[in-house]
Design a protein around this ligand. Structure first.
Ligand SMILES: [Fe+2]
Length: 251
């Protein structure tokens, strides 16, 4: 089985479309999404509709998705963790999305989640413990890997592709696109596929991962997409200008 791992799509329809086109050419067998379907971008309904059409094996809830549900039920948890511009786009999204999208977001399960047939592999948005924790550096990763009973956690939220592991020689790799990294059973891993809809590693191309279960490998792919169309949409609906500008520079 070859799994396409997607994360942090953030209502960027153009980026998701390009990534799915690329993933099809890789003949992947399943799609797994690590959350943050909405927020920042200007095309929430269309993006979620496209995601549903590929029938993912699993979609976990991201912190932006959870805030959508919280806004509906006037639940304040997590709201204070969003920055001012994020709050603006979350409120806009809340007022904009269809009933169908709202229902879809409501039913997303929070991580850690796992899939039948995929032993000791779990999928989360933030960290293995919390939806809005960042795993940014080796110290963060060590905390979760040290006593973990899992082989791999796939995580998101930082918008930066990374492979953290218990391998002492290489505890952190920022993976080269298209390079196939072997995953051994003697190490444990925390792997981030990077962001589809808003990369933050100064490479503006959409990012995703292919996890080959039989071969025990992971490969990061970067995909060009129509950034201008995504920016035009954000500007047209008068979302914060920065959310459009940052797409061109990948930050
Ligand atoms: Fe995100």
């Amino acid at each position: 089985m070859r799994h396409c791992i997607l994360a942090d799509i953030h209502a960027n329809f153009e980026a998701l479309k390009a990534v799915l086109f690329d993933a099809q050419s890789e003949s992947v067998d399943s799609y797994i999404c690590l959350g943050d379907l909405v927020g920042y971008g200007g095309t929430p309904d269309k993006t979620i509709d496209l995601l549903q059409r590929i029938e993912p094996s699993l979609v976990v809830c991201g912190n932006h998705d959870r805030t959508m549900v919280d806004l509906q039920y006037r639940n304040p948890r997590g709201w204070h963790l969003h920055q001012q511009l994020e709050k603006f786009s979350l409120l806009w999204t809340h007022n904009q999305i269809s009933l169908e999208t709202r229902r879809y977001l409501q039913h997303l399960p929070e991580g850690p989640q796992q899939l039948v047939g995929l032993d000791a592999v779990q999928f989360v948005h933030g960290s293995p413990k919390r939806i809005d924790d960042y795993v940014l550096n080796q110290a963060d990763a060590k905390r979760y890997l040290r006593n973990s009973l899992q082989w791999i956690f796939f995580f998101a939220h930082t918008h930066i592709a990374a492979i953290h592991s218990t391998d002492r020689k290489m505890p952190l790799i920022y993976p080269e696109p298209d390079f196939t990294y072997p995953l051994t059973r003697k190490n444990r891993y925390l792997i981030n596929p990077g962001a589809v809809g808003q990369p933050r590693d100064l490479d503006p191309r959409a990012s995703y991962a292919i996890f080959d279960q039989q071969e025990s490998t992971v490969r990061i792919k970067r995909v060009d997409y129509n950034i201008k169309a995504a920016q035009d949409r954000i500007r047209a609906v008068e979302l914060p200008k920065w959310h459009a500008d940052r797409l061109a520079v990948g930050r």
